[in-house]
Design a protein around this ligand. Structure first.
Ligand code: 9WN
Length: 417
């Protein structure tokens, strides 16, 4: 571990990353690679800012909700200012007129209610006005998920980008079933910033773009998308994160004296749905392709979010112990013994420390403080030694993807340090 002197400078470095990625009221995930405001990244950014600048934490969340569509949908990217460094930009999404700010047409894991609550707990007096303003917006967003993205209590995604785990092995079956015919010619920008072997493949990108075109053809209409998008996969990340977010929204409702029956109903529905994600063969929580009913059949970091959702699972505890034995680093995005594991390729192997941070929050809540502390110590050592990168090789700790990353610096300040 690091000594106290290192800690002081690491805290300063982490704050400098957040300041450096601050574009005035909102954060970009990292300069260059991701020049816009991303939805769940902003939740983590708020958690980081809440450790040293509470007004800035609130503005992160409030600017995010400035892009909320009248339907309640909160887009996964807000294109506040044009930037040629990222593809696909606003012109490809074709969402003009659907929301108040140029944006993508899909959402992302709803961590905002949880980070609103955590920010409020640090700022009870001045924060009241902020939760009063945010509460109805959070409620509308969660209602949108329950109405349009919920199948038998499981939250499904209509695009891999919606899940935040773009090229996870979980999507291999449903993605292979898509024939990306008729996509417009395009030039990727991500591989100009990052080594291509750390990024999704061309086959993935062709399908990402095909799905964007399909959404655009459907006018991003929620009912039509639920019916007709070629990709429809129940996702443990989304289901667990929304379940947790609803519990935090319930706490905010109690604080504000709001009626909470609707939220309690959602919690019951999602608790039942989460059980359907368990693969009866393995006991592991897995994605389900709703086109075929097939479980994905592998262990990803999404399954370790069960505790975050308030769900106990001895099988996952066993998986966690196995992961601890297999590597000295925090839990990877894909089990290291899986034949499809790829140590450097994005969501197919690398360790994402923000996933570990919320996994640890859940472990603490569910009475596993030692396992939570193990994740924290491993993450702290990794970040102290290798910096605030986007993700890391789970065998060597080598940093990968974008550098000086907002959510990595944020979780250093809020949790790991
Ligand atoms: C597409 C910003 C985002 C994260 C996602 C991560 C990655 C984008 C991309 O970067 O996705 O949304 O272009 O690769 O997968 O979780 O929110 O950090």
């Amino acid at each position: 571990m690091t000594n106290a002197r290192d800690h002081i400078s690491l805290d300063e470095q982490a704050r400098a990353v957040l300041r450096g990625n601050d574009r005035g009221g909102y954060s970009v995930p990292t300069d260059g690679l991701y020049p816009y405001q991303w939805n769940w990244d902003s939740g983590f950014a708020a958690w980081g800012f809440a450790q040293f600048d509470l007004p800035r934490a609130w503005s992160e969340l409030e600017t995010l909700f400035s892009g909320q569509w009248p339907t309640g949908m909160l887009p996964h990217i807000l294109f506040h200012r044009p930037d040629p460094g990222y593809f696909p930009g606003p012109e490809v999404w074709g969402t003009e007129g659907l929301g108040p700010v140029p944006s993508s047409g899909i959402s992302q894991p709803p961590v905002a209610a949880t980070f609103t609550r955590l920010t409020y707990e640090k700022d009870r007096a001045a924060g009241r006005v902020h939760i009063e303003a945010l509460y109805p917006k959070l409620l509308a967003w969660h209602r949108w998920f329950m109405q349009w993205r919920c199948h038998e209590g499981m939250i499904f995604v209509t695009h891999p980008w919606e899940s935040g785990r773009d090229n996870t092995v979980d999507w291999d079956g449903p993605m292979a079933a898509i024939d990306p015919v008729g996509i417009d010619p395009y030039t990727r920008r991500d591989t100009a910033h990052v080594d291509p072997h750390m990024r999704p493949t061309k086959e993935d990108y062709d399908r990402y773009l095909y799905l964007v075109q399909r959404g655009r053809d459907l006018g991003w209409d929620d009912a039509k998308m639920a019916d007709s998008m070629p990709f429809k996969v129940a996702d443990p990340t989304m289901t667990f994160i929304l379940l947790r977010a609803n519990r935090d929204l319930l706490a905010l409702a109690a604080e504000l004296g709001e009626d909470s029956a609707e939220i309690e109903g959602w919690i019951n529905v999602l608790e039942e749905g989460a059980e359907r994600l368990r693969n009866p063969a393995s006991g592991v929580f897995e994605a389900i392709d709703l086109k075929t009913g097939a479980h994905a059949g592998n262990v990803t970091s999404a399954a370790f979010l069960c505790w975050y959702a308030g769900i106990e699972c001895p099988v996952m505890l066993g998986e966690l112990m196995e992961a601890f034995e297999a590597s000295q680093f925090p839990v990877p995005s894909q089990k290291v013994t899986d034949p499809k594991f790829d140590a450097m390729r994005y969501w197919r192997g690398p360790t994402w420390t923000m996933m570990n941070a919320i996994t640890a929050l859940g472990l603490i809540d569910m009475g596993h403080p030692d396992a939570a502390e193990e994740l924290r110590i491993r993450s702290a050592r990794l970040l102290a030694e290798r910096g605030f990168a986007e993700y890391f090789n789970p065998h060597t700790g080598d940093p990968a993807g974008g550098g000086t990353f907002t959510w990595t610096a944020a979780i250093w300040l809020a949790w790991a340090s």
